[in-house]
Design a protein around this ligand. Structure first.
Ligand SMILES: NC(=O)c1ccc[n+]([C@@H]2O[C@H](COP(=O)([O-])OP(=O)(O)OC[C@H]3O[C@@H](n4cnc5c(N)ncnc54)[C@H](OP(=O)(O)O)[C@@H]3O)[C@@H](O)[C@H]2O)c1
Length: 265
């Protein structure tokens, strides 16, 4: 795809989901050219149409991509032309059964972890040396129990909450890894908890959610666009406040996870 180079360009994954749509809408409202990324073309078309009704002058497009498949992310990178200023990794899933992708990767690990990893890996080349390039990883405070030796629940009994918490810990660890690796290219990488929002994802985990999607989108949008957040990298935020991330200290574990992800085909 070719983008208009007069405005800043942002891509938001999971962009017709509850929080993703609110992030996309919020970035459009701030004047960004926004590309909605997701796997259902029909739902992407509807989301673009809804935004165009709200903001008739919006520059908003979509790209069909299945984030659980490396080849699909590679295809997106292959057809991308031009700069990318903001990447918001937001798409995630919480199936109640242990499912595998056609490439043999457990679905939560494929989507929630590798989807973020592949987007950073393949799309960051379009962000290199751009003034103020930012990656925002939508993670969660609900994170933990990452088992480096059983990342795909081959040994442990699968439980969607456990797999989800592990994936969100991985998002936070890989934020630190990519912040370090992309530093030379001037790309800032941060993670955040969005908010507790009623969605397909949270319902699958047995939660409702008491905050509006727009509230959940506030911290990701702030990290992606505000002057205050411009200099941060490798940090974790809740409600626009930096929090000490318990998963960011163990550099050896972070590097090990990064290496594991690099080797996944
Ligand atoms: N909701 C909360 O309370 C809460 C709290 C903390 C963190 N978060 C984080 O916020 C983010 C957004 O969650 P949400 O609550 O807005 O969930 P959601 O409404 O279920 O949205 C998730 C989005 O991800 C997409 N997606 C899933 N698998 C995909 C794939 N393989 N390829 C492309 N897109 C895919 C979904 O599309 P389909 O409909 O096609 O599957 C959907 O658009 C997630 O990263 C989540 O971990 C949410």
């Amino acid at each position: 795809m070719t983008t208009n180079n007069n405005s800043k360009i942002a891509i938001v994954t999971g962009a017709y989901g509850a929080i993703g749509f609110a992030i996309a809408k919020g970035l459009v409202a701030k004047g960004y050219e926004v590309i909605l990324a997701g796997r259902s073309e029909r739902r992407l078309e509807e989301a673009v149409a809804t935004i165009m009704v709200l903001y008739p002058n919006a520059r908003v497009w979509y790209e069909v991509v299945d984030l659980s498949r490396k080849s699909s992310v590679q295809e997106l990178a292959n057809r991308w032309e031009g700069d990318l200023h903001v990447l918001v990794n937001n798409a995630a899933t919480t199936p109640r059964e242990r499912l595998m992708t056609s490439d043999g990767i457990e679905v939560q690990f494929a989507t929630n972890v590798m989807g973020y990893f592949w987007m950073m890996h393949y799309m960051s080349k379009f962000m290199k040396d751009i003034d103020d390039a930012r990656i925002v990883n939508v993670a969660s405070y609900w994170a933990g129990d990452l088992n480096m030796y059983d990342l795909m629940f081959d040994i442990r009994n699968y439980n969607n909450d456990k797999a989800y918490r592990q994936s969100k810990q991985a998002n936070r660890m890989l934020t630190v890894a990519f912040a370090d690796k992309l530093k030379e290219d001037g790309i800032k990488v941060n993670a955040c908890h969005p908010g507790d929002v009623n969605s397909k994802l949270s319902n699958n985990l047995g939660y409702g959610g008491y905050e509006l999607p727009e509230k959940g989108a506030e911290t990701p949008i702030w990290l992606a666009s505000s002057v205050e957040a411009q200099s941060f990298s490798g940090k974790y935020f809740e409600d626009k406040n930096e929090k000490i991330c318990q998963f960011s200290q163990n550099k050896e574990a972070i590097e090990k996870l990064y290496r594991f992800c690099s080797q996944i085909s």
